[in-house]
Design a protein around this ligand. Structure first.
Ligand code: ATP
Length: 316
């Protein structure tokens, strides 16, 4: 089994320390934290001891080094992350509102995160990958799309597997070409990890049951639907469903829960665990991550998640 490979944006996140509306007034911020949904996902895979590697790019700056050191420290193979000499590492500024929603200021389009392409290192990695994980957010980056299209074909042709987290904010309108690319990707996914209404969007039909039926018809084998503090549900093509209640925690920073959940679920499945056991680790990884400030600061090792599971109540 080759490594789990994730393709996409690597960023730093800077978080406001106060809750409020946007960034118009001066305020205190903390960071940089290593970030980017695909990077959070692969960090959780590496921390859990799965064989993990990342494709993406950072700038030749401290923000880039924060990410490279973090991923390497988590056991992630960083050989296919390029260091762009001309563009800075991508960044995201985040501030939470009272109602839990978030304001973002992104710098991705003019950063290294939007400028990586196919390279010899990427080719070497994809040539031995056992699994590819793609996030919908990467599809709005044209250079990432080229790498993803090629990587999906190579990995699937070799008998490898694909997971997709739609990770598309509902307000985000995709252009027609991206919408088609997203639909093609979903149809090739072995595992789909949508949250909330992403399920219906991925299926292109309304109603949860209809969406699940449709996704299995087009070839998806396993779906895990994430519902935040309401837990998650697993659906198999064979008609089985398993509820995974959430752990009871005090949420401090929700960013990254879904990515940690997905990274833990996939890694546990690839390590041979049953869906039920993998869901327990995934729910623990998601819950543990929301108790800590920073998008991937709460990603857990096997020992940390075991301790968390033993010490934390689950909703019924
Ligand atoms: P994001 O895009 O912010 O990373 P997401 O929408 O993809 O998140 P969520 O459904 O928010 O994913 O979270 C994934 C999983 O993490 C949930 O199914 C749940 O198991 C766990 N989780 C998330 N938030 C909480 C919380 N407040 N309390 C307990 N568990 C949580």
């Amino acid at each position: 089994l080759g490594p789990t490979v994730c393709v996409g944006e690597i960023l730093v996140e800077i978080v406001a320390t106060t809750v409020g509306n946007g960034f118009m007034e001066a305020q205190s911020l903390i960071g940089p934290f290593a970030s980017g949904a695909p990077a959070i996902f692969i960090s959780q895979c590496g921390r859990l001891g799965g064989s993990a590697a990342m494709i993406g790019a950072v700038g030749a700056d401290d923000f880039g080094r924060v990410n490279l050191e973090r991923l390497k420290g988590d056991g992630v193979d960083i050989s296919a992350i390029s260091v762009d000499p001309d563009y800075p590492t991508g960044s995201a500024f985040v501030r939470y509102r009272e109602d839990g929603s978030r304001d973002f200021v992104y710098n991705i389009a003019t950063s290294a995160a939007a400028r990586f392409g196919w390279s010899e290192d990427v080719s070497n990695l994809i040539g031995r990958a056992g699994h590819l994980h793609v996030m919908g957010s990467a599809l709005s980056v044209p250079s990432a799309c080229g790498v993803i299209d090629k990587a999906v074909d190579i990995v699937k042709a070799r008998g490898g597997t694909l997971s997709v987290d739609p990770n598309i904010r509902k307000e985000l309108k995709l252009d027609e070409a991206t919408e088609r690319r997203f639909a093609r990707l979903v149809a090739k996914a072995d595992l789909l990890l949508p949250s909330g209404e992403e399920l219906e969007r991925a299926a292109g039909v309304e109603g949860e049951a209809n969406a699940i039926r449709r996704l299995f018809e087009i070839g998806v084998k396993e779906i895990v639907l994430k519902r935040g503090a309401d837990g998650a549900t697993y659906y198999s093509r064979e008609g089985e469903s398993i509820d995974a209640p959430a752990f009871v925690v005090r949420e401090v920073d929700p960013t990254g829960a879904g990515d940690c959940f997905g990274g833990a679920y996939l890694t546990c499945r690839r390590l041979g665990m049953s869906p039920t056991d993998a869901l327990t680790y995934a729910a623990a990884a998601g819950a543990r991550n929301v108790t800590v400030v920073g998008p991937m600061e709460g990603a857990g090792t096997r020992e940390q998640l075991d301790a968390f599971i033993a010490a934390t109540e689950r909703r019924s």
